[in-house]
Design a protein around this ligand. Structure first.
Ligand code: BYC
Length: 329
């Protein structure tokens, strides 16, 4: 067992006897489903794990605005443009709640953003793929936000209070995103011409596998899962959530009249689950290393936005200082 853990990079979890008395009391609080709040004592590794996960999550929301932002000027109707702009704005809001939750752990927002710009902190792999046609806006809402919901619904019960509360609000908005995406595709499939229907299938073909990768490496190769589940930061394993997503998505795919690009996809009557083919983990790890189709472009765009927005942040700070001085006088 230990040899297998070393081979796969899975980190081991401390047993109760290996824990200090403070750690035991902390774990007992978690086991009793009492939320951990910013002023409570917490193991340094718990704090670091949360900063890593919440910052990655926040970066994903912000970088996630870019592939959709690419289509605002080309949305086919005014209604679609308004919906898309509202969705992108929601993602910015999600990023802000999450950065705030991360700051309650003592992390500095600018430093964490800088780490992402230097390639030291990750954001979701899915946003390193290009958006090539209008149907991609539907597919992102339906599949990408759909996968995000499956991952985030259990995070509403995560053990850290501020993260859990941010997730409750985020999940409500994600449900609207998922439905608006599905509606775009349904409209194209029901009212569209052959070229528009082909555009939907092409979009699903390109996004299907990268969306399945959003749930992270398989359980046997997920170094952080065991400890994060013991601390109830994560409530389900990566593979469990991936399976849940596939099971709920295939019936929606069938209603659309489209197919998944997976010849091994089949329903197992005995288990009641859809079985799926092998995920290309080489591609996943290449994207994580910065070698996906759009990694460089996305990071460059974020750096440019931060640099060009510096004067706005400086002006806001100067105004706040001036107001404080006036109020004091
Ligand atoms: N992409 O041990 P593991 C959205 C990394 S955006 C990149 O399983 P963990 C939306 C992982 O970080 C959705 N990296 O890790 C926005 C770790 O590397 P480090 C974002 C990934 O943390 C706009 C290594 O691989 N959602 O909603 O236990 C428009 C080993 O993995 C990915 C979240 O961030 C990936 N896909 O589990 C539309 C949810 N997968 O950090 C939608 C919160 C794994 O050790 N995060 N890695 O260097 C989580 O639930 C967990 O962090 C994960 C990974 C399930 C993603």
């Amino acid at each position: 067992m230990y040899a297998q853990m070393v081979e796969t990079g899975v980190k081991s979890v401390k047993s109760t006897t290996e824990m200090s008395s403070e750690e035991q009391a902390f774990q007992a609080r978690i086991d009793a489903e009492i939320k951990i709040e910013p002023k409570n004592w917490m193991p340094e590794a718990y704090r670091k794990t949360l900063i890593r996960q919440i910052s990655q999550h926040a970066h994903s929301e912000i970088v996630g605005m870019l592939p959709e932002g690419n289509w605002v000027t080309r949305a086919p109707t005014l209604k679609r443009k308004l919906q898309l702009m509202a969705k992108i704005q929601d993602e910015a809001g999600h990023g802000l709640y999450l950065y705030s939750a991360m700051e309650t752990l003592g992390a500095d927002r600018d430093e964490e953003v800088q780490k992402m710009h230097e390639g030291k902190a990750k954001y979701s792999s899915i946003f390193n793929y290009p958006t090539l046609n209008w149907a991609d806006m539907g597919t992102i809402g339906w599949l990408v936000d759909g996968a995000a919901i499956v991952n985030q619904v259990p995070l509403q019960r995560t053990s850290y209070g501020p993260y859990s509360r941010a997730m409750i609000r985020v999940c409500k908005e994600e449900s609207f995103h998922q439905r608006q995406g599905y509606e775009i595709l349904l409209h194209l499939m029901r009212e569209g011409n052959d070229a528009q229907k082909e555009m939907v299938q092409d979009s699903i073909n390109r996004f299907w596998w990268p969306v399945l990768m959003m749930f992270g490496p398989s359980d046997a190769h997920s170094p952080n899962s065991a400890q994060s589940m013991a601390w109830k930061i994560k409530r389900h394993s990566n593979d469990e959530l991936r399976q849940r997503f596939i099971d709920q998505t295939i019936p929606q795919l069938q209603i659309l009249g489209c197919t998944a690009p997976d010849p091994d996809l089949k329903f197992n009557e005995e288990t009641g689950h859809w079985e799926y083919g092998e995920i290309d983990w080489t591609e996943f790890f290449e994207v994580l290393k910065g070698n996906g189709p759009c990694n460089k472009e996305r990071v460059a765009q974020r750096k440019k936005a931060i640099d060009e927005g510096a004067w706005v942040r400086e002006a806001a700070v100067a105004y706040a200082n001036k107001k404080q001085q006036r109020n004091a006088a």
